[in-house]
Design a protein around this ligand. Structure first.
Ligand code: KMH
Ligand code: ZN
Length: 309
């Protein structure tokens, strides 16, 4: 069988990192749009997007903050738009899916289990913060349960079903694969599903290659040919795990949401710089990178003409 091309997803800004941590982290609509477009230009066929408050960089799920950049991205690239439903530390599932319901993107995230999800150790690295909210936001993540109960998942899946959105199933540990299997068996998601194996979040499985092989083998057993997969390594594991995943036949996710660095101890200048790096590695090692339309085919997406923005 011909080897499938590699889909590069770029996650542009996320909900973990804060403006103090890197000047490159985009939070105005202009910066989110221009970094997303540059990432697409560099080879990302999927853009995973969160919104931020344009005044102070705080995480936002306000559909107006998405509306400020979505049409600009759509006008200037045919890359696939994937909206986060992750929200931030305090949002309910109904609040978190509001942007996806309003804009009906080709893809959106779907987090597959409740868990500790913490980045509080990052607070110690900074003496001063650019904005008032940052320190408490980072420190309080050690009190946070990222809530994605079966009822939440079912509620989100049912409300989003009429929109024919392909989910990026965020799986942070092996149990999340079994949650996903259960949800598939009761008819919530249709094949081929798209799994993002996530490594290195404090609260989830660690970023070792053994764990990647274990997650992949488990997914093979549970889903057979009915799934596509990608790897996200958080922080320092980003590039090495993406490289390993691409060599195993998987797809990859990079971006400042997941790591602020381009190499050990060196901050990335932009999302596009990370995309260009992983593209270079993937191609040097003999794989081809998928275009947006090839990504649409691989992931069985509804098409960029069926979104609502
Ligand atoms: N920040 C990533 C570790 C979401 O947006 O729904 C997971 C993520 C979640 O991308
Ligand atoms: Zn995200």
């Amino acid at each position: 069988m011909a080897r499938q091309k590699t889909v590069i997803t770029c996650a542009i800004t996320g909900a973990i990192h804060t403006p103090t941590m890197s000047d490159a982290l985009p939070y105005t609509a202009d910066d989110i749009a221009s970094q997303a477009l540059a990432a697409a230009e560099a080879g990302a066929s999927v853009l995973h997007l969160h919104a931020r408050n344009p005044e102070n960089g705080a995480v936002s799920i306000d559909p107006d903050n998405f509306a400020a950049f979505l049409p600009r991205i759509k006008q200037a690239t045919d890359a696939v738009v994937n909206l986060s439903t992750g929200g931030s530390l305090t949002n309910t599932i109904d609040e978190r899916i509001a942007p996806a319901l309003k804009f009906s993107p080709e893809m959106c995230s779907m987090n597959m289990g409740s868990m500790n999800f913490s980045f509080h150790p990052l607070a110690k690295r900074y003496d001063e913060f650019k904005f008032d909210w940052e320190k408490a936001y980072i420190e309080n993540s050690d009190t946070y349960i990222f809530r994605n109960t079966f009822a939440d998942i079912q509620n989100a899946a049912n409300q989003l079903a009429p929109h024919d959105i392909k989910f990026e199933h965020e799986c942070y540990d092996v149990g999340h694969l079994y949650n996903l299997k259960f949800c598939m068996d009761i008819g919530l998601f249709k094949a081929p599903i798209f799994i993002q194996f996530i490594f290195g979040i404090l609260g989830g499985i660690g970023p070792e290659v053994d764990n990647l092989i274990f997650m992949k083998r488990t997914a093979d057993r549970l889903f057979g040919d009915n799934y596509r997969w990608s790897v996200l390594g958080a922080g320092g594991s980003q590039m090495s795990l993406a490289t390993t995943a691409s060599q195993m036949g998987g797809n990859v996710r990079v971006g400042l949401e997941d790591s602020l660095f381009i190499s050990r101890g060196k901050l990335a200048e932009s999302n596009a710089q990370q995309v260009a790096k992983i593209r270079r590695i993937v191609e040097d090692l003999g794989c081809e990178v998928a275009s947006p339309d090839e990504a649409r085919e691989i992931l069985a997406l509804k098409g960029g003409d069926r979104v609502n923005f």
